[in-house]
Structures are given as structure tokens and as C-alpha cells.
Design a protein around this ligand. Structure first.
Ligand code: SF4
Length: 638
């Protein structure tokens, strides 16, 4: 690895002028190589600027094993595949075969395009025009990947009628199976040395393997998780169960479409679908009305069923009737059999959510706009992951800039069920003491005090004047974000952007392009956002990002730890908040030339004993409580 990553090594020789060798990158590459060689798990925290992608890619290739690399998002997958992989292929491994795998709904279903041609189920001129373009593209594209359709807006409903989702796929019985983009993706993966996936696809696959429902990924022998701090949340989703009014509505819509296409099942089947819609509407309207998430503990589900038994039975009966009606058709086209299979699955999941009492699951309800979601989430995924992942494979590498709390991996290991692993926190590549100033204002009230909001707005306005805007103001709640946004907007002359007023990517683009812009946002901007350079010179965080204790999943996790006689605050709530704070502050310094101010308005970080854990888990920023110091820092030449 020293020949590759060391001073004057191959990487340095291949990179454009100005590239410098990084000692943490070499160290990480050696650790990853050793993990592959000794067949052991590795946890490695590597800060921004380490160059960790190459530090795991090259040892993975040299291992000669088929390795899955799992990243947090599709855009990180793209970046890996279009930037890092070609570099490695060009300079180190020309024969390397790499495949990218994404969820099926990212790809076009050819069969749906052919079935839709000439059928009047498109809405308006815009959809007709998009469809014509998609039809032409279908003949030319090699991948069928939606990202190639730059003209199609993210929210276009048309795509949901044309994508290759499992629920509507007839598999090997489809006439297009051999030409299908999904078949092609699977074949590329089966032939690849490296397979690049995202965490969602990885855990969807792992959950399918657990239930013996087949698999998505071909066999592999090792896994590298980048952005590994996100794994518990994603795994919890995929090992849980969820139904929603949308899922029922899609089933009804697809049933009608299948009938239209196959010209089967006429009046009586149509009546079954109409009845299902009525029953879905009735049932979901009866669920508790409050917005947001609320608990559906066993007692409340039993009481609900007692009160509304006939509506529940009506819904389950309507699903069963749909299944039976399709089974009784004289000819059973595959498209309708798929609908029957989905109706049966939905019935089983609804029964699980309302009638089961699994101890390791927390049951909850969420209303979000027009959506009503009912879910069961595993309270603790550690035993599932230990069995399915860490005991099943001999080499799992986990890396991120935020894995350790006070320099230790105990929290991550406990949450994910990792028993034995090599652990390392690599030294930072940036000079944080010089590049960043951490400011904790003196004199602000406690964040829980009513006077906090106006005082925090004053403090933010003062800070923005010193940094000439160019700031992210990150909040832990929408209510506080909106209140402070209104107060600050009236006080400053900078362009102030607010989350929710435009799609996330559009807001980010506007922030990057607008001199002096300030963005007010909540948790979705705490990670995965990269704005290098002066345009982002200040990150202000309103309060320590403890998870909302009334959230049903958080409450169930706290309760479980307490029942086990453990200290849930110390072992779960603090470490989770520490990692979230590291992520949020991590938005500021993205390059060696970046400089700026970090402010936390929650003085519990200095008043409370646990505040020390937050401070010692952050990089060694310079620290001040004096705003004059902030002014001097901003005026100093970089
Ligand atoms: S195999 Fe499935 S996804 Fe592929 S074209 Fe056929 S129906 Fe569509």
C-alpha cells in the first residue's frame, strides 16, 4: 500500500499537479488490506479529506474477492462509478469489472411501455409528450436508468406507471425478460468483481434472504459500508413491516390497469376493486387523526380492533375477495396473478401489524399529508445483523467520518451487534484548530426556556452580519426553524432560504449560486450536503440534536434499555446526538482551504456534565464564548 499511497507513490504520480500524499489515506488502505487478508471486520473513522474511497477501493480489488460496496445514496453510487472507478481502471486495474445496482424502480419496464402504447391512460399533453420521449429513449438506452431522463421532473407521476418495480413484474413469464433492463443489471452484477449498491438495496436484499424469498445481489464474500453511521436506521426499515393507504391505492390502480391490458375479469372483478377502495378509505379514516408519528402499542391496537372490527374485517375481506376472484377466472393472465399475489401479501402484512405482538417490534402510525402509514420497526436490530451479516461474512469494513464517540466504537458495536472488529480513528487531514472556530454564545437562556427563541434570533442575526451571511442554520424542529426564520428574516439583508419552499436539490443549488445566501433547514440537510469554499462560512445549530423522546421508535429503544437495567441516556441518547452533531458541523470544512465559524446555541454543551462527551468527540476546533473573537476570526486573512 505504501507504493500506492505513500509519498511519491503511484497515486501521487497519477494525480494532477498539486495533489499531496495523505498519511491517513495510507493508514486506512493498510487497515483495509489487513482486514481482507486476515478476514476480519474493520471499523474505521476517517474524516473528510482522507480520500477514503480509494483507500478502500484499491485493497478491495487486490483481495481478488467479489466485494459489495454500499454507499448511503444513489448520488454517491454515481460518484463512485463515474469518478473513482474509472480512475482505478485506468491506472491500476484495466480488467476490473464493476456493476452498479439500484432499486428496481430506478429502471424502465419495457413491457409497460409496449402495453401503454396507443392506450388512453395518459393524462394531458405533458404526459403524452414525456411518454413519446421515453418510448424513443427505450430504443436507445443501454441501461434503462431513469437518471438519463433529464427532462422528466422528479415528481412526475408518469414514471410510477412505467418503472420496473417488483410488484408489477411478471418475471420470467414476461416476453421481454431476456431484454429487460433488470435482467441485464443482474447479469452485469453476476459477472462483476465489484458491485456498487446503496444501503437501501443492500438491506432489502438481506431481508429477502432472511425470509427465504430469494435475493437481489449475486453471491459475494465481503462488504464495505461507506457512510456506515446510517446503517441502523436503514436496516430497521427493511427488517420492519409497513403498509400505507398509498400501497392499497397502487394495488387498486394496478389491478385496473392489468384488467385493461389483459381484457380479462370485467364487471365482477371491477366491483371487487371498487369495494377494496371503499374499504381502504373507511379503514384509514378511522385511524387516529393526529399529524406526525404516534405509538400503536398492543393495547391501543386491541382497543382499535374492538371498536372498529367490522371495518377491519371489511378491509381484509375485500383483499381476500380480490384474490379469490382472480383465482376463479377461467384464464389467468400473469399480470392479474401478480395482483393477486400482492393482495395476499398486503393482507398478511396488515394482519401482522394489527394482530401480532412481537416483543422486539414497536408498532406505530404516521400521518404525513395525505399519507397514512402503519409500521412495525424492530426495536433492536443487533441480533438480526449479527446473525445475517457479521457472523455470515468474515470481512465487513465500515467507514464514515462519524462513527466514534469520545474516540470509541462501543455505541456502534452495541447497536449493530458487532462483537469483534479491528477499530481505528484516523488522524484528521485538516487543521481544524486553524480552520474552524467553535462559538458557544455566553448569556443565551436554556433552549427549553420561552425566551430562547427571540434571543437565539438576535444571536443568529449578529453572527450572520459577521460572516456576511454564507451560512447554514440547522434546526432540530420545524417549529423552531419557522419561528426563528421569521424573526431573522426581518433583521438581516441577506437572501434567506427556507427548507420546504423548494425541492432539496433546488434549494442547495440556489444556496450555492446566491452570494451571501443563508439557508434555514432541518435534519435532511445535516448530512450528505457538500458546499466547499467560501459560500458556506458558518454553520449554526440551535440545540443538541437529541432524538425526539416521544417518537415511538426512540421511546421503545429507551424503554428496552431501561428494562435491561441499562442507562439509556448514556448508552443511546447521548451517543446518537453526538454523532448527529458531528455530522451537522461536518458540513463546514470540506477542504484544506475552507475556513469558518461553527456555533451551537444550546449552552447545555458547557453547563451539563455530558456536554464534555460532545466536545471531546468533535475535532479540535478552536473554542470561544466571545463574539468579538468571532469577528477577529472572520477578519483574519485565510
Ligand atoms: S421482466 Fe418485469 S420489469 Fe422486465 S420488462 Fe418484463 S415486466 Fe418489465
Amino acid at each position: 500500500m505504501a507504493d500506492v499511497f505513500g509519498p511519491g507513490g503511484m497515486i501521487e504520480r497519477c494525480m494532477p499537479a498539486g495533489y499531496e500524499h495523505r498519511r491517513s489515506q495510507l493508514c486506512m488502505a493498510e487497515l483495509v488490506e489487513e482486514a481482507f487478508h486476515k478476514k476480519r471486520h474493520l471499523l474505521v473513522e476517517a474524516g473528510t479529506g482522507t480520500g477514503k474511497t480509494l483507500a478502500y477501493l484499491i485493497p478491495a480489488i487486490r483481495s481478488g474477492r467479489r466485494v459489495v460496496i454500499s454507499t448511503a445514496t444513489k448520488s454517491l453510487q454515481e460518484q463512485l462509478f463515474t469518478k473513482d472507478v474509472p480512475f482505478v481502471q485506468k491506472h491500476f486495474a484495466p480488467e476490473l469489472k464493476v456493476a452498479v445496482m439500484k432499486g428496481r424502480s430506478n429502471f424502465l419496464c419495457r413491457q409497460k411501455v409496449y402495453q401503454m402504447q396507443g392506450r388512453p391512460i395518459l393524462k394531458g399533453m405533458e404526459e403524452l409528450d414525456w411518454f413519446a420521449q421515453i418510448r424513443d429513449w427505450e430504443r436507445l438506452t443501454e441501461t434503462g436508468d431513469r437518471t438519463e431522463l433529464t427532462f422528466l421532473p422528479d415528481e412526475a407521476e408518469l414514471w410510477s406507471k412505467l418503472d420496473a418495480r417488483r410488484e408489477t413484474c411478471t418475471g420470467q413469464k414476461c416476453e421481454q425478460f431476456e431484454r429487460c433492463f433488470i435482467t441485464a443489471m443482474h447479469r452485469r452484477a453476476a459477472d462483476a468483481d465489484l458491485i456498487i449498491v446503496n444501503h437501501h438495496l443492500f438491506f432489502a436484499d438481506l431481508a429477502l434472504r432472511q425470509d427465504d424469498f430469494g435475493s437481489i445481489l449475486p453471491e459475494y464474500s465481503a462488504v464495505i459500508f461507506d457512510e456506515a453511521h446510517e446503517i441502523e436506521d436503514v436496516a430497521s426499515d427493511y427488517f420492519g413491516r409497513q403498509i400505507s393507504n398509498y400501497r392499497f391505492e397502487e394495488l387498486a390502480r394496478d389491478a385496473e390497469q392489468a384488467m385493461r391490458i389483459t381484457q380479462q375479469g370485467k364487471a365482477s372483478l371491477l366491483r371487487r376493486v371498487t369495494r377494496l377502495r371503499e374499504k381502504v378509505h373507511e379503514f384509514f379514516n378511522l385511524l387516529p387523526p393526529q399529524e406526525g408519528r404516534s405509538s400503536l402499542e398492543p393495547g391501543s391496537r386491541a382497543a382499535f380492533l374492538e371498536g372498529y372490527r367490522s371495518s377491519y374485517d371489511g378491509l381484509m375481506g375485500a383483499l381476500q375477495a380480490l384474490v379469490s376472484e382472480i383465482a376463479a377466472l377461467p384464464s389467468k393472465p400473469e399480470e392479474l396473478l401478480v395482483v393477486a399475489r400482492r393482495a395476499a401479501e398486503l393482507r398478511a402484512e396488515t394482519a401482522f401489524l394489527f394482530e401480532s405482538n412481537e416483543k422486539n417490534y414497536v408498532y406505530w402510525l404516521e400521518r404525513r399529508g395525505k399519507g397514512v402509514f402503519v409500521a412495525a420497526t424492530p426495536i433492536d436490530v443487533s441480533s438480526i445483523l449479527r446473525e445475517q451479516l457479521f457472523d455470515a461474512f468474515d470481512t465487513i469494513v465500515m467507514t464514515s467520518a462519524t462513527l466514534a464517540v469520545s474516540g470509541r466504537f462501543d455505541f456502534l458495536k452495541q447497536r449493530l451487534g458487532i462483537q469483534v472488529a479491528q477499530e481505528s480513528v484516523l488522524p484528521h487531514e485538516f487543521d481544524y484548530g486553524r480552520q474552524a472556530l467553535l462559538y458557544i454564545p455566553a448569556g443565551l437562556p436554556d433552549v427549553r426556556d420561552a425566551a430562547f427563541v427571540p434571543k437565539a434570533a438576535e444571536e443568529i442575526s449578529r453572527l450572520l452580519k459577521l460572516t456576511d451571511g454564507r451560512a447554514f442554520c440547522l434546526f432540530t424542529s420545524y417549529t423552531q426553524m419557522n419561528q426563528i426564520f421569521e424573526l431573522v428574516r426581518a433583521r438581516v439583508r441577506f437572501p434567506v432560504l427556507l427548507q420546504g419552499t423548494a425541492p432539496r436539490m433546488a434549494l442547495l443549488e440556489r444556496f450555492r449560486a446566491t452570494p451571501g445566501a443563508v439557508l434555514f433547514a432541518t435534519s435532511s440537510f445535516w448530512q450528505g450536503v457538500d458546499v466547499p469554499g467560501e459560500q458556506l462560512s458558518c454553520v449554526i445549530i440551535d440545540r443538541l440534536p437529541f432524538a425526539v423522546p416521544t417518537d415511538p421508535v426512540v421511546a421503545a429503544r429507551v424503554r428496552m434499555l431501561t428494562e435491561e437495567g441499562r442507562n439509556a441516556f448514556a448508552e443511546y441518547q447521548i451517543p446518537e446526538a453526538v454523532l448527529a452533531l458531528k455530522q451537522g458541523f461536518g458540513r463546514l470544512i470540506r477542504a484544506r482551504t475552507d475556513r469558518g465559524v461553527l456555533a451551537i446555541l444550546d449552552n447545555r454543551i458547557q453547563r451539563m456534565r455530558y456536554g464534555k462527551i460532545f466536545i471531546e468527540s468533535l475535532p479540535e476546533y478552536s473554542l470561544t464564548r466571545d463574539i468579538a473573537e468571532v469577528q477577529r476570526f472572520m477578519k483574519a486573512p485565510s
